[in-house]
Design a protein around this ligand. Structure first.
Ligand code: SAM
Length: 239
């Protein structure tokens, strides 16, 4: 039986697609990051399958037991707490193992915070790079930002509410007062887009006390700080 990678809402339950609902309803086993949270989604779709935990701390062992379930012919669905499994969430190990055994893997596409943020950001969408979460320490964060100076794609990070302000200060230290976009609480009641110079966003968030979930986006070329990588001299004409 195939392995299903099922996207679930990042806030608004109306974003659960009918296909995601029927896949979860018909699954024999659901592997979820937080079993209580996913039980709630299962109740909503009328699913009765067992929900088993699959998270970053047991991903390795759990992947092999899920593989055994797949070999026995069970329909296994993987979900994360929110959004698309495998995107800053577990799923990679089980997908990799299933592919290695020629087990069919079927994605059920749906909500994903980085795609929602990017498409409404107003930044170029033709080429982009998702960089996951920023490092927790300031020094490493600044080095991460510096390492991107030669990148002309739209860059996307996930960030937590307790680190967002310090991360923006580091961003300003490295790039100056560039235009950035912050997408906050996507699909939820307090969904907000901040599209402004970083100093202004810091000011606004400081006043409001940052709460909720955040996506940070910027494009260094559009902001005018992108540095073209120096290529080694072309010696084709050398005698
Ligand atoms: N798998 C998820 C996805 O497809 O987007 C991401 C999971 S990751 C553990 C959680 C992070 O995603 C949050 O810290 C935040 O940066 C971002 N995120 C998730 N939901 C969000 C939302 N509703 N609004 C803004 N950012 C969100």
């Amino acid at each position: 039986m195939p392995l299903y990678i099922v996207s679930t809402p990042i806030g608004n339950m109306e974003d659960l697609s009918p296909r995601a609902a029927s896949t979860l309803k018909n699954a024999d086993l659901v592997a979820a990051e937080d079993t209580r949270h996913s039980r709630h989604v299962m109740d909503k779709v009328g699913g009765t399958a067992r929900v088993t935990s699959y998270h970053e701390h047991n991903e390795r062992e759990k992947a092999s037991s899920l593989l055994q379930d797949l070999r026995e012919g069970k329909k296994v669905a993987v979900v994360s707490d929110a959004g698309t499994p495998g995107i800053a969430d577990p799923a990679y190990r089980i997908v990799h193992a299933a592919v290695a055994e020629n087990i069919t893997v079927i994605p059920i596409p749906g909500p994903c915070a980085l795609i929602a943020a990017l498409t409404a950001s107003g930044l170029p969408t033709d080429r982009f790079a998702f960089e996951g979460f920023l490092p927790p320490k300031s020094g490493k964060r600044q080095r991460k930002f510096s390492s991107l100076l030669n990148d002309d794609r739209t860059i996307i990070f996930y960030e937590s509410p307790h680190r967002i302000l310090r991360s923006l200060e580091d961003l300003q230290t490295v790039y100056g007062d560039i235009h950035i976009v912050i997408a906050r609480e996507l699909t939820k009641m307090h969904e907000t887009f901040y599209r402004a110079p970083v100093s202004q966003v810091i000011q606004t968030l400081t006043k409001e006390t940052p709460r909720g979930e955040f996506v940070l986006l910027f494009n260094l070329k559009a902001a005018g700080v992108y540095k073209e990588k120096e290529e080694p001299e072309d010696n084709d004409d050398a005698e």
